[in-house]
Design a binder for this molecule. Structure first.
Ligand code: FEO
Length: 392
């Protein structure tokens, strides 16, 4: 637990979950996570966000350490249970507390946590709540990554409480982020959670850039005391710019696809293209998601299983589709023994947006000389596409 004053009358309540290894029963957390709340003392006392239900007792312990006798407002920036899960217990312990939310946030908290209607104060975009010397301005920021989210800006101390936005799943005993330690966890967090919403984030960043921010205080991971670093990283990730990289999620059952991938990697590398292969039987799916953030091209490589692609390839392709990366070019390579519908089945996984599909190469059995020629041609086509699009 980190309970510490970061600005005059503003305290962190960082509850580390050192051992958590999966989020939403889906997202790998190699470095654990933290659930961050913030307590603001003034004429009115305010708690910004709560914690995951598994940490409710720790949250109460922190409030005791801060000698909190009353809570006037609980700002719920985001209704997902890792930040709202302690609310039912909190409002029973502090019955005077009102929950400050967006209209949609109220609907979520009513339906997900069965909180009675009379507990809420609904705020609108730009509204300011004075709590004494401190003033809280609310900024609606839908789709980072739920539709109800708000950011809270404390005007006197210039602190932006950004909830999930700019967060990182990183259990740490540090209050402030260190640039070279935070980049990778923050990028992983963006890739897994924020990437599908990059057009929304673009608009939110335009709003945020007009605000004078001294600290960005997210609800996971350490605080950013150098806001331009994380804002610039986000600007890069959400931009339409791609890198001269080819990502190859692949599976090989009996060596044919592995031989194709191995040969293909060498041909691409010779052309100065950075290649990131991911053997899906071993890979951390989060690393694959990170690689999707920037790569110009994705090549899916699969054997045939019961006439279709390997199930792990289906999984990775579905992930690719729903994460909506800015990838420009896509293709499939693979092998079959007696028949395949692989290309037809995988084509349903192509995102419904501007992405150019290059002619797939699906061969019979182990690759032969003609098949290597086809791979040479595909490597050359990718090189030309990257060049034509000024990616190289
Ligand atoms: Fe950290 Fe969307 O909850």
């Amino acid at each position: 637990m980190i309970v510490s004053e970061i600005k005059d009358g503003i305290y962190t309540i960082f509850l580390q979950d050192w051992d958590r290894r999966l989020f939403d029963e889906l997202i790998p957390l190699p470095d654990g996570t933290t659930y961050n709340s913030y307590f603001l003392f003034d004429e009115k006392n305010v708690l910004i966000d709560t914690a995951d239900p598994v940490k409710t007792e720790k949250l109460f312990e922190a409030l005791k350490r801060l000698n909190v006798k009353k809570i006037d407002y609980v700002v719920s920036n985001h209704s997902e249970q890792d930040h709202s899960g302690s609310l039912p217990d909190l409002i029973s312990k502090f019955p005077e507390a009102k929950i400050v939310v967006s209209e949609k946030g109220k609907k979520f908290l009513t339906s997900l946590l069965l909180i009675p209607e009379e507990k809420f104060i609904v705020i609108k975009d730009g509204e300011v709540l004075s709590i004494g010397e401190k003033k809280l301005r609310f900024i609606e920021a839908p789709w980072v990554h739920w539709p109800e989210t708000i950011l809270t800006y404390e005007e006197k101390n210039k602190v932006l409480f950004s909830c999930d936005l700019f967060g990182s799943h990183l259990a740490t005993s540090k209050i402030y982020s260190c640039e070279n330690e935070i980049y990778e966890p923050a990028k992983r967090y963006y890739a897994e959670i924020m990437m599908p919403f990059r057009t929304h984030i673009k608009k939110h960043l335009e709003k945020i850039e007009k605000v004078d921010i001294d600290l960005i205080a997210p609800s996971h991971g350490p605080i950013h005391n150098s806001p331009p670093f994380i804002i610039d990283a986000y600007k890069d990730w959400i931009s339409d710019n791609v890198k001269n990289e080819v990502v190859i999620p692949y599976i090989s059952m009996h060596g044919s696809v592995a031989k194709m991938v191995d040969y293909f990697i060498d041909r691409l590398t010779e052309k100065g293209i950075v290649v990131k292969p991911f053997n899906l039987s071993k890979t951390d799916i989060g690393q694959l998601a990170i690689s999707f953030v920037d790569a110009a091209t994705v090549i899916i490589a699969s054997p045939t299983v019961l006439a279709g692609p390997h199930p792990l390839i289906f999984y990775a392709s579905y992930l690719f589709k729903i994460l909506r990366p800015k990838t420009k070019f896509l293709s499939i390579i693979g092998s079959y023994a007696w028949g395949t519908n692989m290309v037809k089945l995988l084509s349903e996984m192509v995102p419904s947006r501007d992405i150019e599909v290059l002619e797939p190469i699906v061969i019979k059995g182990y690759p032969k000389e003609d098949d290597f020629d086809l791979l040479d041609n595909l490597a050359e086509r990718i090189y030309i596409k990257h060049k034509e699009n000024k990616i190289i």
